[in-house]
Design a protein. Structure first.
Length: 254
């Protein structure tokens, strides 16, 4: 989620302990340093198979490493073609959901963390996919890859909407922590957390307005001019199919 041009300071002296091949995408784990890292690694491991499915939904013809336990991130570094996910990030997300007593929603904090991790990986994979395929993006790439992540979840998993909802809730929780907006936040590369929350809800609602009628407040729907979310979902779902056919990887076993 950090600027993709962040210069990495991670040294290559530490060799990954294990990896799992996903076509040309590999997942590697750096050593854990403490009990919190160990717990975070367990969360990652528990969604390893789902990450394999995510990447398989829209594979790319470039080698990519997803590296867990890195110092910086979450981020995608185009220079090395590495997605970095720190264990601390997973730990912080889990703590955030626990602080909010997220289990009251019917989803355990552990499960919500798995969901948010899948969305984050989808977001970073979107950066990697755009870079590797030189996909033209007019507008903010950060917004484009948020949409990419949500569509990837909806297209890969039967319960993709539930996964995306937990991820959206994380944006909402982070927004609640903002006491006052400062200029830096408006100049940042990401949209505000509240906007990221509503954009994700909008796509989910637009995918099935009857089923998800309850997730968007009526006044918001009015502001969105009623059918905006539905139109936006259809527009982006068509874009998704175009992406899939234009950048199809024939050499990979699907
Ligand atoms: Zn990003």
């Amino acid at each position: 989620m950090k600027n993709i041009f962040t210069i990495l300071s991670v040294c290559c002296l530490i060799f990954p302990l294990s990896f799992q091949a996903l076509g040309k995408t590999v997942q590697t784990y750096l050593p854990v340093k403490n009990a919190a890292d160990k717990r975070a690694k367990e969360v990652v491991k528990s969604v390893e198979a789902q990450i394999q499915l995510l990447v398989g939904e829209l594979p790319m013809d470039s080698r990519l490493e997803i590296r867990y336990g890195a110092e910086d991130g979450p981020l995608f570094d185009p220079g090395s073609m590495i997605i970095e996910i720190p264990y601390e990030f997973v730990t912080e997300v889990l703590a955030r959901f626990e602080r909010d007593n997220y289990q009251e929603t019917g989803v355990l904090p552990y499960e919500a963390t798995q969901d948010a991790l899948l969305h984050t990986l989808g977001h970073e994979y979107g950066h990697a996919f755009i870079f590797a395929n030189q996909v033209i993006v007019l507008g903010r790439e950060e917004d484009a890859v948020d949409t990419f992540a949500t569509l990837l979840l909806l297209h890969t998993f039967e319960n993709g909407t539930e996964i995306a909802l937990s991820a959206a809730d994380l944006f909402s929780l982070e927004d609640e922590e903002v006491q006052e907006f400062e200029d830096d936040q408006f100049w940042g590369e990401h949209s505000l957390d509240a906007q990221r929350y509503f954009s994700t809800l909008c796509l989910i609602y637009g995918s099935d307005p009857e089923r998800y009628a309850g997730i968007i407040p009526k006044e918001q729907l009015y502001i969105q001019r009623d059918s905006y979310c539905e139109e936006e979902y259809f527009r982006q779902a068509e874009n998704w199919e175009r992406l899939k056919s234009r950048y199809r990887v024939s050499s990979l076993k699907r």
